[in-house]
Design a protein around this ligand. Structure first.
Ligand SMILES: [Fe+2]
Ligand SMILES: [Fe+2]
Length: 200
């Protein structure tokens, strides 16, 4: 990703190199590399969809910024900010996006609502997803190192029509959670009803 030359400083307190430096301290190498691939894929999807590549690229880069923060960090933030107490019953899979966007905002000085929403919703989706939320949701799912049954279909759908990719991923994720009898955070069900169950 050496060719990325986007001016993230218009949207953050730091430039791209400094953001990556900070992420290196918080994330394992593999996780950071995933973030760089999501950044690249988000830029590609922004290009295909006539969206702003800088906004999409930065959102993709920082989407997993909070992925390896401690349980304590999240619980403290949920309580201090009086977020939905129901969140405490879940774990990092939900928190790193749904709560982690606040760390992105406060620690990286990113205040653009499109970027913050894309980070917040990248795991569970939302009833209303703008193009940036859709891009990051899908870039995370189809970045080049992803490999699972259905990845080819997911990539094809996404490149043909971004929203169809969103619908596909959302249905797959819900099927998996239900199949594993895992609890589903209520906001994810609201998102599912809007995205996959035809209420949008
Ligand atoms: Fe994530
Ligand atoms: Fe991710």
């Amino acid at each position: 990703m050496e060719h990325v030359n986007l001016n993230y400083q218009n949207y953050a307190a730091f430039d791209r190199d400094e953001i990556i430096k900070q992420m290196k301290k918080l994330l394992k190498k593999e996780r950071l590399e995933h973030c760089l691939r999501v950044e690249a894929t988000a830029i590609e999807l922004a290009h295909e969809n006539g969206a702003d590549e800088t906004v999409a690229g930065l959102a993709g880069l920082v989407h997993d910024y909070a992925k390896q923060r401690s349980k304590d960090d999240f619980e403290t933030l949920i309580k201090q900010d009086h977020l939905d107490p129901e969140l405490l019953k879940y774990g990092r899979a939900i928190w790193h996006g749904y709560v982690g966007y606040l760390m992105v905002q406060r620690e990286l000085g990113i205040n653009d609502a499109r970027i913050l929403r894309a980070v917040k919703y990248h795991t569970i989706g939302a009833a209303v997803m703008d193009v940036y939320a859709q891009i990051v949701y899908m870039a995370d799912y189809i970045e080049p190192e992803r490999n699972f049954a259905g990845i080819d279909e997911a990539r094809q759908l996404t490149h043909k029509k971004l929203w169809d990719g969103v619908v596909y991923q959302n249905a797959q994720t819900m099927k998996r959670l239900v199949g594993n009898q895992q609890a589903i955070y209520p906001a994810a069900i609201v998102a599912y009803n809007a995205i996959s169950a035809g209420q949008q």
